[in-house]
Structures are given as structure tokens and as C-alpha cells.
Design a protein around this ligand. Structure first.
Ligand code: PBG
Length: 295
């Protein structure tokens, strides 16, 4: 699966300096790049929206808005690609909030778990209305999968798939992604993402999401957490995904650009490792390249 970024208010694709080869797309360049990726053979595209800074607010309204960049771009791709590919949306608030957290805040400035889940339901329904086949709640709120399943069903979206970010660790490897989405975050996400040292808790999160109705469970990042991928694959009755995140991509890209390692060899080796650990689905910024290499 190929993650892609689409930004509002730009007229040319914009390079992401910490992710060489990855761009923030305009609506038009996204349509072309997504069609090319699907033609190359990717298993699907996962879309992240980057609004204009002035459109961000405390509750991430532009994520829910029908004319918000992510929903508009989902409609573009749904129209262009139909059922030729699997169209996924990132179902989170951090790209859309002015404080950059994945949820809405309470009076004390802490993320309010249950209020956030209500917002996630609105996001998920807006994305399904816009043509997403799969919603990907990535905010790690407790109960988010159950809330979204209920909300989607109540809105008539009984066939919309939930890819649950089940074991998402509070990781330094997301650094380049925060450039990619122009994140406004100050501080960290350690009150809602997982502790990298705690495997037992991570697997408990996977089990909870399966109980709540997740159709796919994801482990993220991938390379430093292959033991969790393997354990999740062993226990899960639903497919397991792993996300090779921005920092993994950038690290290998940078070393290859210096001539220290061979990009294709190392990229394929890491992806093979993720598959060997038991991932049924791999999310990687190299998805389109890999589809070409394997063909
Ligand atoms: C949050 C989100 C993040 C990523 C995907 N969804 C960032 C975070 O949790 O801080 C990271 C992806 C990557 O690093 O490639 N919506």
C-alpha cells in the first residue's frame, strides 16, 4: 500500500525535504500519481490531507468538511479509480488541528479520549461518504474502533473496512512525516501511543481492536517492531498490516544517496523481513517502486 499526501493551496507538487522522492501533491498531480501507482500494481493507496495552516482549528473541522482537502481528493480518486484499487483514508485529527494532537483537548490541555472518538466518527463517515473503501484510525484512542464501527453502520456504511492502527508506538521514526504533513505539534504523543518497551500492552491493544471489530490490525513502525508483527500474526484472525514509516524510508534513502548501501537491495530486504515476520499487508513509501521492481 502506498501512502500519499495531498495539500491544499499549492499549485505545484512540493518536495518534502526529509523524505527525498516523496511530495505533497496538488489535486491534479495526485490523480496522475495515483493512477500511475495503480497501473504499476500497488495494492492500494492511503491518503493523508494537508490543509492550509489558516484552516486548522482546535477540533480539526477541515477534516470533516465536505470541501476539506482530504475529502475532496478522496472524491477525485474514487471517481478516477473506482474499484481498480483499494482507497484508504487516514482517519485522524493531527493533520487538521492547530495544536497538532491526534485528538481534541480538554480544559487542561490533555487529549480527551471520548470526545475525540465522537469526532473520529464524523471523520470516518465523511471519508466513507467521499468514497474511501477503508478508514484508518491512527490516533490510538481507547475504543476508537468500536465507536467508528457503530457510527459507520448507523450511517449506512456497513461495508466500509476499518484498518486499525492497533499497536502504534510513540516513535522517533515519525519525524519526517511531521514535515510531510506540516505538523503543528509541540510536545509528544506518549499519553496515547504505545511505550516501545512494552510488548504485552501492545498485544493487548491488538486483541482489543479485534474484539471491537477491526477488519485489519496494524503494527507501526515496522522494522524495530518485527517481534510484535510476528506475535500479532500468530494471534490475529484478521489480516495484519505493518507500516514502514517515514523515518525508516528516509534513513535508507539517505544512506543510499551517500553511496553507503544499495537502495533497491536494502529496501527489498527490509520489506522481505516485514513479510517474513508475518505481515499480510505492507505500507511503504516505496510501494510503487517495489511493484515495478517485482514485475
Ligand atoms: C498520525 C500519523 C502519523 C503517521 C501516520 N499517521 C504520525 C504520528 O503519529 O505522529 C506517521 C507515518 C510515518 O511516519 O510515515 N495521523
Amino acid at each position: 500500500m502506498l501512502p500519499m499526501f495531498v495539500a491544499d493551496g499549492i499549485s505545484e507538487p512540493r518536495e518534502i525535504h526529509s523524505m527525498p522522492g516523496v511530495v505533497q501533491h496538488t489535486r491534479d498531480s495526485l490523480r496522475r500519481a495515483a493512477a500511475d501507482a495503480v497501473a504499476a500494481g500497488v495494492g492500494g493507496v492511503m491518503l493523508f490531507g494537508v490543509p492550509r495552516d489558516e484552516d486548522k482549528d482546535p477540533t480539526g473541522s477541515v477534516g470533516v468538511a465536505e470541501d476539506g482537502i482530504l475529502n475532496v481528493a478522496l472524491r477525485d480518486l474514487a471517481k478516477d479509480l473506482g474499484d481498480d484499487t483499494v482507497l484508504m483514508a487516514d482517519t485522524c485529527l493531527d493533520e487538521f488541528t492547530d495544536h497538532g494532537h491526534c485528538g481534541v483537548l480538554d480544559a487542561a490541555g490533555r487529549v480527551d479520549n471520548d470526545l475525540t472518538n465522537r469526532r473520529y466518527v464524523e471523520l470516518a463517515v465523511a471519508q466513507a461518504d467521499s468514497g474511501a473503501h477503508v478508514v484508518g484510525p491512527s490516533g490510538m484512542m481507547d475504543g476508537q474502533v468500536a465507536a467508528i464501527r457503530d457510527g459507520l453502520d448507523a450511517a449506512g456504511h456497513t461495508d466500509t473496512v476499518i484498518l486499525a492502527y492497533a499497536a502504534k508506538f510513540a516513535s522517533g521514526f515519525y519525524g519526517p512525516f511531521r514535515d510531510a504533513v506540516g505538523s503543528s505539534l509541540r510536545g509528544d504523543r506518549r499519553t496515547y501511543q504505545q511505550n516501545p518497551g512494552n510488548a504485552r500492552e501492545a498485544l493487548h491493544e491488538v486483541e482489543l481492536d479485534i474484539d471491537e471489530g477491526a477488519d485489519i490490525v496494524m503494527v507501526k513502525p515496522a522494522m524495530g517492531y518485527l517481534d510484535i508483527v510476528r506475535a500479532a500474526a500468530d494471534l490475529s484472525p484478521v489480516p495484519v498490516a505493518a507500516y514502514q514509516v517515514s523515518g525508516e524510508y528516509s534513513m535508507i534513502s539517505a544512506a543510499a544517496a551517500n553511496g553507503w548501501i544499495d537502495l533497491q537491495t536494502v529496501a527489498l530486504e527490509t520489506l522481505t523481513g516485514i513479510r517474513r515476520a508475518g505481515a499480510d499487508i505492507v505500507v511503504t513509501y516505496w510501494a510503487a517502486d517495489v511493484a515495478g521492481w517485482l514485475a
